[in-house]
Design a binder for this molecule. Structure first.
Ligand code: ZN
Length: 234
């Protein structure tokens, strides 16, 4: 098991793209994993491949340690969840106070598969871009949830995995700043244009903060983070 290697859960969004760049700056060998789980839009899966391609092409030094990309088919998750991420229904707040985009247990399931892959690949560090600060109300993004998962995985797989969450206490503006610190304006531009957050899968409208519909909760969060980041750097 190599301490110098990491596996990044890379969805194609801003947060996991920033985590990937951060991991590449800290580990000699970094692999990525993505999940196809019946998302309403395949845009994320397409964008993540374009991001990896451009990262290799335009950031050769940073991407020197970029290894294999793994995509797992978790279509079964779409069968057991009835949410606005996997079905064509409106994004609203549910009775329990959670947004209807919440796929129950999604990150817990992802982490199980990521750890099983890390086990096979001899990788110790598993990195994911969850965050409590710009809290969307997803309980599986909480620091305590991730810490509990680390213990469960280490017990259940007899390993010493380290689950890292570099963005846990950063807001979206600080995440843009982190990308800037890692790769300057060029990396910020790559993340802005080659990652995707919009729940509606909109890729034809380009804003200062990237592509998206501009009105869904994910677009609003991204736009607000960008606004605060842009204000702080002017
Ligand atoms: Zn949107």
């Amino acid at each position: 098991m190599s301490a110098a290697s990491a596996l990044v859960l890379f969805s194609g969004g801003q947060d996991s793209a920033t985590c990937l760049a951060d991991a590449l700056s800290r580990f000699g060998h970094v692999e990525t994993i993505g999940f196809a789980y019946g998302q309403r839009h395949l845009v994320e899966m397409q964008v993540r491949l374009a991001f990896l391609r451009d990262l290799r092409a335009r950031f050769a030094q940073l991407a020197a340690g970029l290894g294999q990309d793994h995509v797992l088919d978790l279509a079964v998750l779409g069968q057991v969840s009835d949410t606005a991420l996997t079905r064509d229904v409106a994004i609203t707040m549910t009775e329990g106070g959670l947004p209807s985009t919440f796929v129950p247990g999604r990150n817990l399931i992802f982490l199980n598969f990521a750890a099983a892959l890390a086990y096979r690949r001899g990788i110790r560090h598993i990195i994911l871009g969850v965050c409590e600060t710009d809290y969307s109300g997803y309980p599986d993004c909480r620091d305590d949830t991730i810490k509990a998962m680390q213990i469960a995985l280490n017990l259940g797989m007899e390993r010493r995995f380290v689950l890292e969450t570099p963005l846990m206490w950063r807001d979206k503006a600080a995440t843009w700043q982190m990308a800037h610190d890692l790769g300057g304006e060029a990396l910020v531009t790559l993340i802005r244009d080659q990652t995707h957050s919009c729940y509606l899968g909109e890729r034809s409208l380009h804003h200062a903060w990237g592509y998206g519909c501009g009105s869904c909760p994910a677009c609003q969060l991204r736009a607000e983070g960008w606004r605060r980041f842009a204000c702080s750097t002017i």
